[in-house]
Design a binder for this molecule. Structure first.
Ligand SMILES: Cc1cc2nc3c(=O)[nH]c(=O)nc-3n(C[C@H](O)[C@H](O)[C@H](O)COP(=O)(O)OP(=O)(O)OC[C@H]3O[C@@H](n4cnc5c(N)ncnc54)[C@H](O)[C@@H]3O)c2cc1C
Length: 264
């Protein structure tokens, strides 16, 4: 079983701040980490490695420093890592990102399962996984929190929906997006980390030419999205503080709640 896990390097914050002048994300001074949902996808892949001797590949698109998250993934126990990096990829929206990832996945080839996070904490669109599945014409299952079994070329998995859970069997190859798994992702092992940072580490670096991408498919030229303006929404809520004696404050709060017809 050959698995490819897609991991994105993201700033270690859920409070994304925007530069007021340029509208760009402020990344300076913020540490970078493996996107939390992707770390969970890594853990599920490594559980499949433990149980079925799966080969686990990791793929990331980003600037050269994204090599750090790939090294960490190798430290956790992954077998091979590929970094997609090229100035031509800059300015890519989710469509152009999915095209690049799709082409790289074709080059990796022979995969049975692609695992990605449900959503990245910086871009937050949850579009990349499903778009890659469409690009590669693969079945996709989103919001998966458990892979129960791999047998006869298919996996049985559990996904969450609004009402509870669904158990599904999916023929491979397929793409699965992951979140809310029940086990904590494992820590990298020191020896693996040292090996991952050595010159012999199994990390390959691919550019646009390596994946056979045309210039008009990449970066801004290949993006369907046009950002007209970015801004932080102004909060319309006005808070009211009730201070002083507690019973008195509580009855004032209840009065307000009744006034708003939230309580009869
Ligand atoms: C017009 C425009 C210009 C942009 N320019 C830039 C830019 O110059 N530089 C930049 O960094 N971003 C840029 N972005 C943001 C970039 O398009 C998104 O970060 C990217 O497409 C992924 O979308 P997302 O963050 O919403 O991820 P989601 O779709 O929420 O991610 C879902 C999952 O897909 C996988 N995934 C997503 N992205 C990657 C990745 N890069 N590598 C590996 N796996 C991944 C992960 O498993 C992740 O959990 C731009 C966006 C727009 C709209």
């Amino acid at each position: 079983m050959k698995i490819v896990v897609l991991i994105k390097q993201v700033p270690d914050t859920t409070e994304v701040k925007l530069d007021k002048k340029t509208g760009n994300l402020i990344r300076e001074g913020v540490e970078s980490i493996i996107n939390p949902d992707d770390r969970q996808a890594l853990e599920l892949a490594l559980q499949l490695k433990d149980e079925y001797q799966a080969e686990v590949n990791v793929l990331s698109m980003g600037p050269p420093q994204a090599i750090d998250v790939l090294s960490e993934a190798l430290g956790m126990g992954c077998d091979r890592a590929v970094l997609l990096t090229d100035k031509a990829f800059a300015g890519a929206d989710t469509w152009a990102t999915s095209t690049v990832m799709g082409k790289a996945l074709k080059k990796i080839g022979d995969f049975d399962l692609i695992l990605c996070g449900r959503q990245a904490i910086d871009g937050d669109t949850a579009q990349t996984g499903p778009q890659i599945a469409e690009y590669l014409q693969l079945p996709q299952v989103c919001y998966v929190d458990e892979i129960e079994k791999y047998e006869d070329g298919q996996i049985t998995l559990r996904r969450r929906n609004e009402a509870g859970y669904e158990r599904l069997a999916v023929a491979l190859p397929a793409l699965v997006t992951v979140n809310n798994i029940s086990t904590a992702p494992r820590y990298p092992m020191m020896l693996n980390l040292i090996a991952a940072c050595s010159e012999k580490a199994p990390i390959e670096i691919w550019n646009a030419a390596d994946i056979g991408a045309r210039h008009d498919e990449l970066g801004m030229a290949g993006s369907l999205t046009q950002v007209i303006k970015t801004f932080s929404p102004k909060s319309k809520r006005v808070g009211e503080l009730f201070s002083g004696d507690v019973p008195d404050a509580v009855s004032k709060v209840l009065g307000k709640v009744r006034e708003a017809h939230l309580l009869s």
